[in-house]
Design a protein around this ligand. Structure first.
Ligand SMILES: O=C(O)C1=C[C@@H](OP(=O)(O)O)[C@@H](O)[C@H](O)C1
Ligand SMILES: C=C(OP(=O)(O)O)C(=O)O
Length: 429
């Protein structure tokens, strides 16, 4: 499907964005392992989260919905999953595959998990290695580095795992496996990644301690079904934030957005660039910080240097942040972001290609991007390459460019932000 985008005269009004993808996945998975019913409100009906629901249905879990934003999970308890009669399909979702592997590692039965072309190219050794150390038997292409992966799970032992990458998916897979091991499982990482798993496990009754760089979970907890209200996804809000910052005449409020500090790097980065962003109505819901974000057109955005600890806090927002950088004054450098190469596409290459098509001045670095701001972008025809974040970054660039933009292959936006085009149309002048 192609999406046509015209230049915007500013973004105005009050909107919500769909539920957080990371939290929606985890609510289904932890709900499945809990005893009793879990009700999930504002569940993200994006394709990735539907893949999680499908996988857990095949594991014998009764899951109703999503219907009007609500999902009901009838938990089976820690020992209640059943052997799937067929291959589990994680679709395009790295989170589904990696987190599910942590759970499958702890099951006595045999299972196979696969995904689409993109997911079958993404690195899985980062989870299969620690899960093998815990005692799981996992086979796959290239010695277990690539899906499809076959898992003979069973009795696991706890480990102290020092992850070489700051990845919430690796951390969560090991913590989930740790639920099935007697004793304490510890995971540490070079920088702190998003901590939704830790927060939600605690909410369901697990014993968990965390400090700056490590997390410890006690095995064999009794998890109890909960009511979860999923906040709006800051990664989806990011597209609207950038469009509103850069286009003159904007005054936009996005209500009920998750503001977990491990996810809010985009607000810090844009603010450092000179954006006019205020946070209002700050509160906590279900153990997650939530608030409303008001963004007005910036007088001027200036280039920044980003690297180190902020990178995991804005990793999925780099493509759209690069659009802001392309129109900022001076140079922006994003380093320490080599992880972008192993997302749905190589996002260093795909972001550089996208921006070049709009006439931006961008250079690919081994671990990031260097972008020199230009006065204006020119609308163009571009390709999503099947990557939802690239498709939406392209749409935002189109809103800020002169002339018309055509985004080819925009259907992949439904992976994380169903209704994106309608939301844009409702706020764009
Ligand atoms: O745990 C999660 O929900 C996610 C973690 C991040 O991936 P990594 O753990 O690979 O960094 C992120 O890019 C992805 O969109 C969602
Ligand atoms: C990288 C992403 O997701 P996942 O790893 O779950 O495919 C994303 O949503 O940008």
């Amino acid at each position: 499907m192609d999406m046509v985008i015209q230049p915007t005269g500013g973004l105005r009004g009050t909107v919500t964005v769909p539920g957080d993808k990371s939290i929606s996945h985890r609510a289904v998975m932890i709900g499945a392992l809990a005893e009793g019913e879990t009700l999930i409100y504002n569940f993200l009906p994006g394709e990735d989260c539907l893949s999680t629901i499908n996988c857990f249905r095949k594991l014998g879990v009764v899951i109703e919905g999503p219907a009007e934003g609500m999902v009901r999970v009838i938990g089976r308890g820690l020992a209640g999953l059943q052997e799937p009669g067929d291959v589990l399909d994680a679709g395009n979702s790295g989170t589904t595959m990696r987190l599910a592997l942590g759970i499958l590692a702890g099951q006595k039965f045999f299972s196979v998990i696969t995904g689409d072309d993109s997911l079958r190219r993404r690195p899985m050794a980062r989870v299969t290695e620690p899960l093998r150390l815990m005692g799981a038997h996992i086979e796959g292409r290239q010695g277990g580095r690539l899906a499809p992966l076959a898992v003979h799970g069973g009795k696991l032992r706890p480990i102290c795992y020092n992850s070489p990458v700051a990845s919430a998916q690796v951390k969560s897979a090991v913590l989930f496996a740790g639920l099935f091991a007697q004793g304490d499982t510890v995971v540490s990482e070079p920088h702190r990644s998003r901590d939704h798993t830790e927060r939600m496990l605690r909410h369901f009754g697990a014993e968990l301690e965390a400090d700056d760089k490590s997390v410890r979970v006690k095995g064999l907890p009794r998890l109890t079904g909960q009511v979860i209200k999923v906040p709006g996804d800051i990664s989806s809000a990011a597209f609207l934030l950038v469009a509103a910052c850069v286009s003159p005449g904007s005054d936009l409020t996005i209500t009920g957005v998750g503001l977990n500090p491990a996810r809010s790097g985009i607000i810090d980065a844009l603010s450092e660039m000179g954006a006019d962003i205020t946070l209002q109505n700050l509160r906590e819901e279900g153990g997650e910080p939530v608030g409303d974000i008001r963004v007005r057109s910036a007088v001027k955005l200036t280039g920044v240097k980003l690297g180190g600890e902020i990178i995991p806090r804005l990793i999925d927002e780099v493509p759209v942040l690069a659009v802001a950088a392309a129109l900022a004054e001076g140079k922006t450098e994003i380093r320490d972001a080599a992880e972008l190469k192993v997302k749905e596409s190589n996002r260093i290459a795909s972001t550089a290609r996208l921006l070049s098509g709009f006439g931006a001045s961008v250079e690919e670095l081994a671990d990031g991007l260097s972008i020199k701001g230009v006065r204006s972008l020119n609308g163009c025809a571009c390709e999503s390459g099947g990557d939802h974040r690239i498709a939406m970054a392209a749409a935002v660039a189109g809103l800020l460019a002169s002339g018309q933009t055509l985004v080819r292959g925009s259907d992949c936006i439904d992976i994380s932000f169903p209704g994106f085009k309608n939301v844009l149309e409702s706020i764009s002048l």
